[in-house]
Design a protein around this ligand. Structure first.
Ligand SMILES: Cc1cc2nc3c(=O)[nH]c(=O)nc-3n(C[C@H](O)[C@H](O)[C@H](O)COP(=O)(O)OP(=O)(O)OC[C@H]3O[C@@H](n4cnc5c(N)ncnc54)[C@H](O)[C@@H]3O)c2cc1C
Ligand code: FES
Length: 504
């Protein structure tokens, strides 16, 4: 079984050089996922001088670890959006997301991108009558937004279901191959693409200066396409951060279902789809088991639960891949896309939940229109400076209660181990030594990796992620390697390394 995503394993690696010298551009885009590559592509096509700076590799963030489904509806459900906002808002969400899927399809066609893009139906399924009323309501909500929706008694699956809400003409692709192709097109159109170039500091002003290890980028505008914007921003207090898990399996039969299947369940739903890689081999993917980042001790159990779930419904031959990634849920159910500082030209795109392949594309369309001075019909709807206190209240209170509790458990701090001697090989624990909080990992060879346990974003204490072998912050989702390097999230500075001044 491989510990990576199926997309990454079925896509050729990209080799862009790291930034080696100072650069002057119109627009610096930080982050090479679907948001950053789509924005780079759109802006370079319009003749803008663009630098795309990616900390690791193009598509190597959440985009390459997603499920590759494209749909006009949302995880939050349209009925909920209609109740929270109104029918006009839900219709605008559906039309903007449909336009983004149309944009992806046109781009795939224009450049003949080999990313297995197909139009497919999306289905929301119930296995028990508990969800009947819910499905009825969602069906009505879909019709009100103009979606081509149906309520069926069956679905093309080998396990029994009760009811299925079907929306025709949605889509699926390999997201990793798509974003690699977008970056290549952006470079072809004159853009500069850099991999292995983490941005270490952004000095906002006119112009902005972005600092990296081997050079600075001076830019009139900056797009934070980093899934969660870098630095301390108000939107971080509005979002909840969740981790989800996926496995890809082979079946004993050839009965791989076509389309997107979301199977409702308690406490959470599962998402199922199939994929045929270039070699012709088929796989079935299942995704689920969400939990708040940094809040699950034995997160390897999530894979075991997924395996049990899929084996109960399909004749599974072998488990081939497993991976996980995190997502950011906004307070009012809509993402935050647009300018946060008009004077300095700073743009953000975040709060996509698990709908961000489409929202990320939409964000690139909206932000490039804003930069080019073009009207965009949806820029106001997703404006990050919108004020929706009532619509945001429920989740704002819930997420901040979590953050507050995380602060409380940090003070006075209860460390997980009394000394590093109590940490077994392959294990990570927090330890307090001479009043200082350490995050300590002992590798399989017995070597200790010690860093500060205090998150460099807003000083929460990081928790051990057993499955990823990383230090994850429960407050706003920053993640760090065992040696303290930022992997993702709003933190921009690494966790400082700490010397071993104690018995090993
Ligand atoms: C398990 C899972 C399944 C999902 N499935 C779907 C799906 O089927 N359909 C859907 O629509 N959405 C899905 N989503 C959501 C979707 O994958 C994300 O919302 C989307 O990929 C976000 O794209 P992005 O470009 O904004 O961020 P990312 O893809 O995370 O890209 C951000 C990039 O920024 C880089 N970066 C970070 N910090 C720095 C720095 N300091 N300097 C330079 N670069 C930096 C990162 O390395 C990364 O490559 C899923 C999410 C999860 C967790
Ligand atoms: S991510 Fe905000 S405090 Fe750690």
């Amino acid at each position: 079984m491989k510990k990576t995503s199926l997309w990454k394993d079925d896509t050729e690696a990209s080799f862009y050089p790291p930034l080696q010298k100072d650069l002057n551009v119109d627009i610096a885009i930080v982050g090479g996922g679907i948001t950053g590559t789509a924005a780079a592509h759109l802006l370079t096509l319009q003749g803008k001088n663009v630098a795309l700076l990616e900390a690791w590799e193009i598509g190597g963030g959440t985009t390459g670890f997603s499920t590759g489904n494209l749909y006009a509806t949302v995880e939050e459900r349209l009925n909920k959006l209609q109740c929270k906002f109104d029918e006009t808002t839900a219709r605008a969400v559906v039309s903007s997301r449909s336009a983004a899927i149309g944009h992806i399809e046109n781009t795939v066609r224009e450049y003949a991108i080999d990313c297995d893009f197909h139009r497919r139906p999306w289905r929301l399924l119930s296995e028990t009558e508990t969800f009947d009323r819910f499905l009825q309501q969602e069906y009505k909500a879909c019709l009100k937004t103009g979606l081509d929706a149906y309520l069926d008694d069956s679905a093309p699956l080998t396990f029994p279901i009760r009811k299925a809400l079907r929306i025709e003409n949605q889509a699926q692709f390999n997201p990793m191959r798509y974003v690699k192709a977008l970056a290549a097109q952006a470079q072809k159109a004159g853009g500069r693409v850099f991999e292995h170039t983490p941005v270490l500091h952004i000095k906002e002003g006119s112009p902005n200066i972005l600092y990296t290890e081997n050079g600075t980028v001076t830019a009139n505008k900056v797009i934070h396409a980093t899934h969660s914007p870098k630095g301390v921003r108000f939107v971080h207090t509005l979002m909840g951060v969740y981790r989800e898990y996926a496995i890809a399996v082979k079946l004993n039969s050839d009965e791989y279902p076509e389309g997107i299947f979301w199977v409702m369940g308690k406490p959470h739903q599962h998402s199922i789809r199939s994929y045929t890689r270039r070699t012709g081999e088929n796989y079935l993917l299942v995704l689920g088991e969400p939990h708040k980042v940094g809040h699950k001790k034995d997160n390897e159990a999530c894979f075991r639960n997924l395996e049990t779930y899929i084996r109960a419904r399909f004749d599974v031959k072998s488990i081939e891949y497993h991976w996980s990634a995190q997502n950011y849920r906004s307070a009012d159910g809509l993402p935050y896309i647009g300018s946060v500082n008009d004077k300095a030209g700073i743009y953000i795109a975040t709060g996509f939940a698990t709908d961000g392949l489409t929202y990320g594309t939409l964000a690139a369309m909206i932000i490039s229109d804003l930069i080019l001075g073009k009207e965009n019909p949806w820029s106001r709807l997703y404006d990050p400076r919108r004020h929706n206190p009532l619509k945001s209240a429920g989740r704002f209170v819930k997420e901040n209660a979590h953050v507050f509790m995380d602060y409380l458990t940090d003070w006075p701090y209860r460390a997980e181990a009394k000394s590093v001697a109590g940490i077994a090989p392959g294990e990570g624990k927090t330890v307090v030594l001479k009043g200082e909080k350490f995050a300590v990992y002992r590798d399989e060879a017995g070597e200790l990796h010690q860093v500060s346990a205090v998150c460099t974003h807003m000083k929460c204490i990081v928790n051990w992620n057993k499955e990823q072998k990383s230090w994850d912050c429960p407050c706003h989702g920053s993640r760090f390697t065992v040696d303290g390097q930022v992997i993702e999230g709003p933190a921009i500075l690494d966790l400082p390394k700490k010397a071993a001044n104690h018995p090993r």
